[in-house]
Design a protein around this ligand. Structure first.
Ligand SMILES: *[C@@H]1O[C@H](CO)[C@@H](O)[C@H](O)[C@H]1NC(C)=O
Ligand SMILES: *[C@@H]1O[C@H](CO)[C@@H](O)[C@H](O)[C@H]1NC(C)=O
Ligand SMILES: *[C@@H]1O[C@H](CO)[C@@H](O)[C@H](O)[C@H]1NC(C)=O
Ligand SMILES: *[C@@H]1O[C@H](CO)[C@@H](O)[C@H](O)[C@H]1NC(C)=O
Ligand SMILES: *[C@@H]1O[C@H](CO)[C@@H](O)[C@H](O)[C@H]1NC(C)=O
Ligand SMILES: *[C@@H]1O[C@H](CO)[C@@H](O)[C@H](O)[C@H]1NC(C)=O
Length: 477
């Protein structure tokens, strides 16, 4: 009996010690500001800092992380992987030094071509992933995109239609009227067929070439493709400082948007090539704050200044409404689908002209994997579920992380950049109930968000150590 007990206690103690050793993580980094709040069922950790405005991120075929550092170029980072969220950068170098690169990043299906964008153009390089270097010259694939104000050119390589590169270009805000002519190439997402582009025919001219997936889009910074249906979705940064019939409604209107462009192959493309409303019609978020309101609600668009030719009815008849609407000023930056297509993750960089700051988070949206549609109805006001948030938005933007790019690694972990703080975070699903866990240096591998969590873990480690000691004592004597 004594033997059995001692065996059990010893085994339990050693098991606990092994678990502790496994989750124990040396060289844990400390975030620039208060540690993020992590949703239940998740664990998160800071794994890199000191970067220059990290924007889009992507993993190459060897598992190295590529990061667009805005105004600097593309850097490549390798991490020693100790499991969980315990990762430590062991080698970083600049892959491409090019100060005009500012946001977009993509890799070809075979991982052997690297794409990145400046405000003016999309560039490509032959990429040697194992060697960690680009080979040969910089090629220009798409040009003629310069404009003032909104200068990111998000890139997405379609997985369903290999060789099709999607490029999102925003508005030249001070001259929004230019947007009304589709051949001006502003405020739209176009797709370019790269398989038949040769050195002689390159570059495509953004204004004349490519397939228009959608226009009347103020600034669709995040573009994603549903992995099952191939449906293309983009998250839209809507306008600031909006008035309605002369009344300031900018605090809570218009909403940010999730727009749907149909499946890329065109067969289900009911919205493809259509106009989504900018600069005439905007998504309703807080309907009761919009004056002269005849039945406006979330899921509909409103005219900023109603007149005889442009009324709310015109918005409903002539322009495509959002599939989902998010709170005003959240500033969505990226959208990435889970492998099975049941969840979309969206980063929100946060507000800059709202009296109390909002956004500054990573959220998830539930999707029906088979239909490729969000579960929430278009009039929903709570389609978002928080995954990673700042502790106190009143400290934002200066005292907060500001999420931008996301990428999944080979182990299914979700990585996220914060440009304002120069950081990279990694998130992993644990499925555990209770508070989510942000891994801090002071607890050797993870404490929960609050002090209570820290106590629980430390107490349990202490308890298991005592159990191991008793086991050893029982076994020996
Ligand atoms: C860095 O990490 C990578 C990926 O885990 C590994 O293959 C490589 O050997 C490591 N390099 C060093 C110098 O530790
Ligand atoms: C930009 O596009 C316009 C219209 O097609 C064309 O006239 C102009 O030459 C292009 N500029 C460049 C730099 O490609
Ligand atoms: C792209 O171009 C290639 C070669 O012309 C063609 O076979 C392919 O169908 C095109 N892809 C799309 C989606 O149009
Ligand atoms: C490639 O094929 C597409 C049709 O898929 C066409 O629109 C485009 O002009 C072609 N590009 C070149 C460079 O020939
Ligand atoms: C286009 O995509 C839809 C949705 O995934 C699919 O049902 C259809 O078969 C596809 N068509 C072609 C021609 O690939
Ligand atoms: C109505 O407003 C729209 C958008 O501001 C404008 O383009 C249009 O010219 C206006 N029409 C009239 C009749 O004032």
């Amino acid at each position: 009996m004594k033997n059995a007990i001692s065996k059990f206690v010893l085994t339990a103690g050693l098991y606990a010690a092994a678990v502790f050793a496994q989750t124990g993580c040396s060289n844990i980094l400390v975030p620039a500001h208060s540690p993020p709040v992590v949703a239940s069922g998740w664990q998160a950790q800071l794994v890199a800092g000191g970067l220059t405005k990290p924007r889009s991120i992507a993993f190459d075929s060897t598992g190295a992380l590529l990061i667009v550092e805005s105004g600097k170029g593309i850097s490549r980072h390798r991490f020693t992987d100790n499991g969980g969220t315990c990762l430590a950068s062991n080698h970083s170098h600049m892959l491409v030094e090019m100060t005009t690169l500012n946001h977009g990043l993509a890799l070809s299906d075979d991982g052997k071509t690297l794409y990145a964008s400046s405000a003016e153009a999309v560039f490509a390089w032959t990429y040697d992933a194992p060697g960690g270097s680009v080979i040969g010259t910089t090629r220009t694939l798409v040009a003629n995109m310069s404009n003032s104000d909104l200068v990111t050119r998000t890139l997405l390589m379609s997985k369903k239609q290999p060789g099709m590169l999607l490029v999102s270009r925003g508005s030249a805000e001070e001259n929004a009227a230019q947007t009304e002519v589709v051949t001006n190439g502003l405020s739209q997402i176009r797709a370019f067929n790269l398989t038949n582009l040769t050195a002689e025919t390159a570059p495509y001219n953004f204004m004349n070439d490519g397939l228009v997936l959608g226009w009347g889009l103020r600034n669709s910074v995040g573009v994603g493709e549903h992995p099952v249906t191939g449906g293309i979705y983009a998250v839209e940064n809507s306008v600031d400082g909006v008035q309605r019939n002369g009344v300031d409604v900018h605090e809570n209107n218009p909403g940010e948007e999730l727009n749907f462009f149909g499946s890329f192959n065109g067969t289900a493309a009911k919205n493809q090539g259509k106009n989504f409303g900018y600069p005439h019609c905007f998504a309703v978020w807080q309907a009761d704050e919009i004056p002269d309101n005849d039945g406006l609600a979330i899921g509909k668009q409103f005219a900023v200044r109603e007149n005889t030719t442009l009324r709310d009815e015109t918005c409903a008849e002539s322009y495509v409404p959002p599939r989902l609407t998010f709170p005003a000023h959240y500033a969505p930056m990226d959208i990435k689908f889970s492998e099975g297509g049941e969840t979309a993750y969206v980063t929100f960089r946060g507000s800059f002209d709202r009296s109390s700051p909002v956004g500054y988070r990573m959220s998830s949206i539930a999707f029906n994997a088979a239909t490729g549609e969000p579960v929430a109805a278009p009039d929903s006001n709570d389609a978002l579920t928080d995954v990673l948030t700042n502790r106190d938005n009143k400290a934002c933007p200066d005292g907060c992380f500001r999420p931008v790019g996301m990428a999944f690694d080979g182990a299914g972990r979700l990585w996220m950049s914060s440009d304002s703080t120069g950081e990279i975070y990694v998130l992993q699903r644990t499925g555990e109930s209770g508070d989510g866990r942000f891994v801090q240096p002071d607890d050797g591998g993870g404490h929960e968000n609050g002090a209570a969590g820290l106590w629980t873990r430390e107490r349990s480690v202490l308890g298991w150590s005592v159990a191991a000691a008793i086991g050893v004592w029982l076994a020996v004597f």
